[in-house]
Design a protein around this ligand. Structure first.
Ligand SMILES: [Zn+2]
Length: 153
Protein backbone atom coordinates (compact mmCIF):
# COMPACT_ATOMS: atom_id res chain seq x y z
CA UNK A 1 0.00 0.00 0.00
CA UNK A 2 1.46 3.33 -1.03
CA UNK A 3 1.36 6.23 1.37
CA UNK A 4 0.56 9.66 -0.01
CA UNK A 5 2.70 12.57 1.02
CA UNK A 6 0.88 15.39 2.77
CA UNK A 7 0.89 18.73 0.96
CA UNK A 8 1.72 20.68 4.11
CA UNK A 9 3.78 18.87 6.72
CA UNK A 10 6.81 16.62 6.85
CA UNK A 11 6.04 12.92 7.37
CA UNK A 12 8.16 13.14 10.53
CA UNK A 13 5.28 15.02 12.20
CA UNK A 14 2.81 12.15 11.81
CA UNK A 15 1.47 11.09 15.21
CA UNK A 16 2.04 7.64 16.64
CA UNK A 17 -1.62 6.66 16.73
CA UNK A 18 -1.42 3.99 19.42
CA UNK A 19 -1.24 5.61 22.81
CA UNK A 20 -1.70 9.14 21.48
CA UNK A 21 -4.19 11.22 23.51
CA UNK A 22 -6.08 11.67 20.23
CA UNK A 23 -5.93 7.97 19.29
CA UNK A 24 -9.71 7.68 18.98
CA UNK A 25 -9.85 10.69 16.68
CA UNK A 26 -7.23 9.11 14.40
CA UNK A 27 -8.85 5.67 14.48
CA UNK A 28 -12.19 7.24 13.54
CA UNK A 29 -10.57 9.35 10.83
CA UNK A 30 -9.01 6.24 9.30
CA UNK A 31 -12.54 5.03 8.49
CA UNK A 32 -13.65 8.50 7.35
CA UNK A 33 -15.49 9.45 10.54
CA UNK A 34 -15.05 12.57 12.62
CA UNK A 35 -14.76 11.29 16.19
CA UNK A 36 -14.52 13.83 19.03
CA UNK A 37 -14.84 13.88 22.83
CA UNK A 38 -18.16 14.42 24.56
CA UNK A 39 -19.00 14.41 28.25
CA UNK A 40 -20.25 10.91 29.06
CA UNK A 41 -22.74 12.32 31.60
CA UNK A 42 -24.29 15.43 30.02
CA UNK A 43 -23.14 15.03 26.37
CA UNK A 44 -21.49 18.47 26.21
CA UNK A 45 -18.93 18.78 23.41
CA UNK A 46 -15.44 18.87 24.98
CA UNK A 47 -12.17 20.35 23.75
CA UNK A 48 -9.59 17.83 22.54
CA UNK A 49 -7.40 18.22 25.62
CA UNK A 50 -10.23 18.78 28.10
CA UNK A 51 -10.42 16.35 31.03
CA UNK A 52 -13.23 17.84 33.11
CA UNK A 53 -16.64 18.83 31.76
CA UNK A 54 -17.49 22.54 32.13
CA UNK A 55 -21.15 21.65 32.35
CA UNK A 56 -21.31 19.00 35.07
CA UNK A 57 -17.76 18.47 36.36
CA UNK A 58 -17.60 14.87 35.17
CA UNK A 59 -14.24 13.29 34.25
CA UNK A 60 -15.89 10.67 32.04
CA UNK A 61 -15.41 11.15 28.31
CA UNK A 62 -17.04 9.38 25.38
CA UNK A 63 -15.42 9.66 21.95
CA UNK A 64 -18.30 9.70 19.51
CA UNK A 65 -18.86 10.28 15.82
CA UNK A 66 -20.07 13.80 15.06
CA UNK A 67 -21.33 15.52 11.91
CA UNK A 68 -18.41 16.41 9.58
CA UNK A 69 -19.68 19.87 8.78
CA UNK A 70 -19.30 23.32 10.26
CA UNK A 71 -18.94 27.06 9.80
CA UNK A 72 -15.71 29.06 9.61
CA UNK A 73 -15.35 31.08 12.83
CA UNK A 74 -12.00 32.61 11.92
CA UNK A 75 -9.44 32.03 9.26
CA UNK A 76 -5.95 33.19 8.37
CA UNK A 77 -3.10 32.48 6.00
CA UNK A 78 0.15 31.46 7.69
CA UNK A 79 3.18 32.85 5.86
CA UNK A 80 5.87 31.46 8.15
CA UNK A 81 7.09 28.10 6.86
CA UNK A 82 9.00 26.22 9.55
CA UNK A 83 12.02 24.69 7.72
CA UNK A 84 12.05 20.90 7.81
CA UNK A 85 8.54 20.68 9.23
CA UNK A 86 6.37 22.56 6.76
CA UNK A 87 6.95 21.27 3.24
CA UNK A 88 4.45 23.59 1.52
CA UNK A 89 6.10 26.19 -0.71
CA UNK A 90 3.69 29.03 0.02
CA UNK A 91 1.32 30.40 2.67
CA UNK A 92 -1.19 27.92 4.06
CA UNK A 93 -4.58 28.41 5.72
CA UNK A 94 -5.31 27.92 9.41
CA UNK A 95 -9.04 27.75 9.99
CA UNK A 96 -11.04 27.75 13.23
CA UNK A 97 -14.25 25.79 12.64
CA UNK A 98 -17.44 25.73 14.68
CA UNK A 99 -18.66 22.23 14.07
CA UNK A 100 -22.35 21.41 13.82
CA UNK A 101 -22.02 19.17 16.90
CA UNK A 102 -20.72 21.96 19.12
CA UNK A 103 -16.95 21.44 18.96
CA UNK A 104 -14.38 24.02 17.92
CA UNK A 105 -11.50 22.63 15.91
CA UNK A 106 -8.52 24.33 14.30
CA UNK A 107 -7.26 22.78 11.08
CA UNK A 108 -5.93 23.47 7.65
CA UNK A 109 -7.44 22.47 4.32
CA UNK A 110 -7.50 19.04 2.66
CA UNK A 111 -5.55 20.40 -0.29
CA UNK A 112 -3.33 23.39 -0.80
CA UNK A 113 -5.33 26.55 -1.50
CA UNK A 114 -4.18 30.08 -2.21
CA UNK A 115 -6.98 31.78 -0.30
CA UNK A 116 -8.13 31.04 3.24
CA UNK A 117 -11.81 30.11 3.61
CA UNK A 118 -13.92 33.11 4.60
CA UNK A 119 -15.55 33.67 7.98
CA UNK A 120 -19.08 32.32 7.81
CA UNK A 121 -18.34 29.85 5.00
CA UNK A 122 -20.07 26.52 5.47
CA UNK A 123 -17.52 23.74 5.04
CA UNK A 124 -17.33 19.99 5.13
CA UNK A 125 -14.64 18.23 7.10
CA UNK A 126 -12.49 15.83 5.12
CA UNK A 127 -9.12 14.32 5.89
CA UNK A 128 -5.49 14.87 4.97
CA UNK A 129 -3.16 11.91 4.89
CA UNK A 130 0.02 12.51 6.89
CA UNK A 131 2.29 9.49 6.42
CA UNK A 132 -0.70 7.15 6.59
CA UNK A 133 -2.51 8.92 9.44
CA UNK A 134 -5.81 10.61 8.54
CA UNK A 135 -6.09 14.13 9.98
CA UNK A 136 -9.29 16.23 9.88
CA UNK A 137 -9.10 19.12 7.45
CA UNK A 138 -11.43 21.63 5.84
CA UNK A 139 -12.93 20.66 2.51
CA UNK A 140 -13.97 24.01 1.02
CA UNK A 141 -17.25 23.85 -0.86
CA UNK A 142 -16.42 26.89 -3.06
CA UNK A 143 -16.65 26.63 -6.78
CA UNK A 144 -13.25 26.68 -8.53
CA UNK A 145 -14.20 30.07 -10.04
CA UNK A 146 -13.84 31.83 -6.70
CA UNK A 147 -10.24 30.65 -6.50
CA UNK A 148 -9.25 32.79 -9.48
CA UNK A 149 -8.83 35.90 -7.35
CA UNK A 150 -6.15 35.36 -4.80
CA UNK A 151 -3.65 37.29 -2.76
CA UNK A 152 -0.56 35.18 -2.78
CA UNK A 153 2.03 37.61 -1.43
ZN1 LIG B 1 -20.89 17.03 31.53
Amino acid sequence: MSVATDWLLSDSLAPMVTGDPLEQLYVGAARGALVLPFCAVCSLALDLEQHVCDGCGSHRIDWLETAPTGVVHSSTLMHRLEPGLVTASGPYPIVDIELAGGHRLIMTTVESVTRAPRIGDVVDIGFRNLAGVAIPAVQPINSPDTEAINDNH
